[in-house]
Design a protein around this ligand. Structure first.
Ligand code: C2E
Ligand code: CA
Ligand code: CA
Length: 671
């Protein structure tokens, strides 16, 4: 046999007696399995030893029958306790390997010790006692091999250390029975070793397959974790999404309820985002959304000690869940920080985006008792902010709660109201600023509810929009407004307000065209007032509706100008005839230089673009004089007249003619 082959056989043989050092999973499994068998192993060893020692007590010296077994038993007991303690310890791979190695090599002196002791006793016994030693050794070694099944190396060492001397020793006695036992033991040991080798190989395979199964399970788990993460993530901003937000809300709410502390929900809506999307395209819009989301997330992460969960709810709307007992001051501070960040300039292709945000908060337990109701309250706070406090933070309060209740009442009564009997129109003159002639009337709706009395259009028009009744209402009002206008002198115009819902769909605009055609009023006498908000709602649709009305010959006024965002871009892109400057600028025109400047520049803008400038809400002579100096074309307001019923228009116009005649006469006299 070549030397190399011999070497490899030898090293393979040596490996059989060693604990494997390159397979930590296997050694760990061996350690676990073996530590359970150890008490059994020592039980076999000690009980068998005591039985043999007992037989020899009177025939052999005391050191053999008493002292040596006692020492060996004590050693075995110590090892048992040591192993029992190991079961509950958490060990490193290296530690396990070291312990198994120690156990492995310890089988050598222990096995040898018991063998030598047995042979030392043997000469003192009669034939029966001698047979007992042979029996003791054979049985004990079989028991030990079984118990050491999971630690093959140790089992083989025991077999070698005990069985080889055993066979030689009893063969050497020459006694036929003992020789037969020796041969018998040799064969059984051979069979045992074969079983051991097969069992150990299967055990190692089992450990390996369990490991790959665990790896597979871990991979499956990781995949499902990733799916879960993606299902809860907004793909554009990579923020938690709506689904995640509501899960977070319900768990934070449950937690606050249990602990009796406050939790708040916030909803953020970007102001001025739609125009960015409309004017600069969706890719710019997307980048602005991502950047705004990133900034708000940063604010939320740094808002200790409160925990703020931030998510994108969809479009330009984001949600907040603030836990950790936040009070109103905390929420206002959070809203302020978020607003400050959102307002900062954005590094996109456009120069200035003019973005800001409105935030609505509601807090448990003050505002609501369920998570859903809390969200609704926050939504209402946001709605309130958008309408009255744009760009600011609003926390749900008892006033808002009363408002919601009255909203609900208005909606319900409006649903069952009879438009023909309960709705009316009043008309407010729009006067030429220089000649002071009435150029037209704006029709303003009035609802006299049998239950609520007079309800302001500022309340019932939005309610009709919410419950989907605005289109039939607009149509009913337009029929009546045109019927009234038909009775007026031919040069007097009718201004009629349209809502976003009328303007932003073809179903809204087509019936109006039919009504105009049927009315017999020439379209050139009709001006439709459309608010900037209506236009921003759906710019493309609004453009189409406006084009249809223009094609008929109607005029278009942009209403409430100056209250919305990016107004100028709309002015450029829509075929407007008039701009109506919101009355909020007029009230302090003589006291506030900013208001004065704004109206001045708006009047200049209208002049440049050859659009007429109408100023609403003029209440005093001083305001009128200032507006005239600034070059405004038309004036509307209580200074000339409050909105009046149709029946009084004739009288009003007659009076006006009279007044103007007198003024002209007086002027002639002066001249
Ligand atoms: P608006 O179109 O801006 O109408 C002007 C509002 O200002 C009217 O309130 C009018 O009465 C009021 N106003 C006029 N002059 C003065 C003044 O000198 N001082 C003050 N403080 N207020 C003045 P009103 O009638 O309560 O209407 C409120 C809003 O409701 C309107 O604002 C308009 O947006 C909406 N609205 C009214 N009628 C209709 C309608 O038939 N259809 C639609 N879609 N909306 C309507
Ligand atoms: Ca109007
Ligand atoms: Ca207005």
């Amino acid at each position: 046999m070549p030397v190399a082959d011999l070497k490899s056989y030898l090293s393979a043989a040596v490996r059989l007696f060693r604990v494997p050092a390159d397979n930590p999973d296997l050694t760990r499994a061996q350690f676990d399995a073996f530590s359970k068998q150890v008490p059994l192993l020592y039980f076999i060893l000690i009980s068998n030893t005591i039985a043999v020692a007992y037989t020899y007590v009177n025939v052999a010296p005391d050191w053999l029958t008493m002292i040596v077994p006692s020492v060996l038993t004590a050693l075995a007991a110590l090892r048992t306790f040591w192993w029992l303690r190991q079961r509950h310890l958490v060990r490193s791979d290296a530690d396990i390997l070291r312990n198994l190695r120690a156990t492995n090599w310890m089988t050598l002196p222990i096995g040898a010790g018991f063998t030598i002791w047995s042979f030392a006793l043997y000469p003192y016994g009669d034939p029966f006692a001698k047979s007992q030693v042979a029996f003791y050794m054979a049985v004990t070694v079989i028991g030990c091999i079984f118990s050491l099944m999971h630690l093959r190396s140790a089992a083989l060492i025991v077999t070698l250390v005990v069985d080889v001397p055993y066979v030689l020793f009893f063969w050497a006695t020459g006694e036929p029975t003992l020789k037969a036992i020796a041969v018998n033991n040799l064969l059984v040991s051979g069979a045992m070793v074969t079983v051991l080798v097969i069992y150990y190989r299967d055990f190692a395979d089992l450990v390996a397959s369990r490991k790959s199964l665990l790896a597979q399970q871990a991979a499956t788990q990781a995949l499902s974790d990733e799916n879960f993460r993606l299902a809860n993530l907004d793909s554009l901003t990579e923020l938690p999404n709506r689904r995640r937000f509501f899960a977070e809300l319900s768990s934070a709410f449950g937690d606050a309820e249990r602990r009796g502390v406050r939790v708040a929900v916030g909803i953020i809506d970007l102001d001025g985002f739609k125009p960015i999307n409309d004017n600069y395209g969706h890719s710019v819009g997307d980048r602005v959304l991502i950047e705004a989301g990133r900034r708000v997330r940063e604010v939320c992460e740094g808002f200790g000690p409160h925990r703020v969960e931030f998510a994108r709810l969809g479009g330009d709307e984001f949600g907040l869940v603030v836990s950790g007992d936040p009070d109103d001051d905390d929420l206002m501070r959070l809203g302020q920080c978020i607003g400050d960040q959102v307002k900062l300039p954005y590094q996109v292709d456009t120069a200035h985006t003019g973005l800001s945000c409105s935030i609505g908060f509601a807090q448990f337990p003050d505002s609501a008792t369920t998570a859903e109701a809390l969200y609704e309250c926050a939504d209402y706070s946001l709605y309130h902010a958008k309408r009255h406090l744009r760009g600011r933070t609003v926390i749900f309060s008892s006033e808002l709660e009363a408002e919601i209740r009255s909203r609900g009442v208005i909606e319900n009564l409006l649903r069952t109201s009879d438009f023909g009997a309960e709705m009316e129109l009043v008309f407010q003159p729009i006067v030429d600023a220089m000649s002071e002639h009435t150029a037209g009337f704006e029709a303003l709706a009035r609802w006299q509810s049998p239950r609520l009395g007079w309800v302001s259009p500022a309340d019932f028009i939005p309610a009709a929009e919410r419950i989907g009744l605005i289109r039939p209402l607009t149509q009913a009002l337009l029929v009546r407004a045109l019927a009234a206008a038909k009775t007026w002198p031919d040069d007097i115009h009718l201004s009629f307000n349209l809502s976003a819902h009328d303007v932003c769909s073809s179903e809204g605009i087509l019936p109006l065209i039919t009504i105009i055609e049927k009315s017999g009023v020439p379209p050139r006498r009709i001006d439709f007032e459309i608010t900037e908000t209506a236009v921003t709602f759906d710019f493309v649709r609004a453009q189409q509706s406006i084009a249809a009305l223009k094609a008929m010959g109607c005029g278009i006024s942009l209403d409430d100008f100056g209250t919305g965002y990016s107004s100028l871009s709309h002015v450029h892109r829509l075929p407007l005839d008039k701009i109506k400057v919101d009355r909020s600028f007029v009230a302090d025109i003589n006291d506030n230089p900013v208001s004065h400047k704004i109206i001045k520049s708006l009047a200049g803008l209208c002049d440049d673009m050859e659009i007429a400038c109408v100023v609403e809400g003029v209440e005093t002579r001083a305001q009128l004089d200032s507006l005239r100096r600034l070059g405004c074309d038309f004036i509307q307001g209580y200074y000339f007249a409050k909105p009046m019923p149709c029946a009084t228009i004739d009288g009003y116009l007659a009076k006006e003619r009279q007044r103007l005649r007198e003024t002209t006469d007086a002027a002639k006299v002066v001249a």
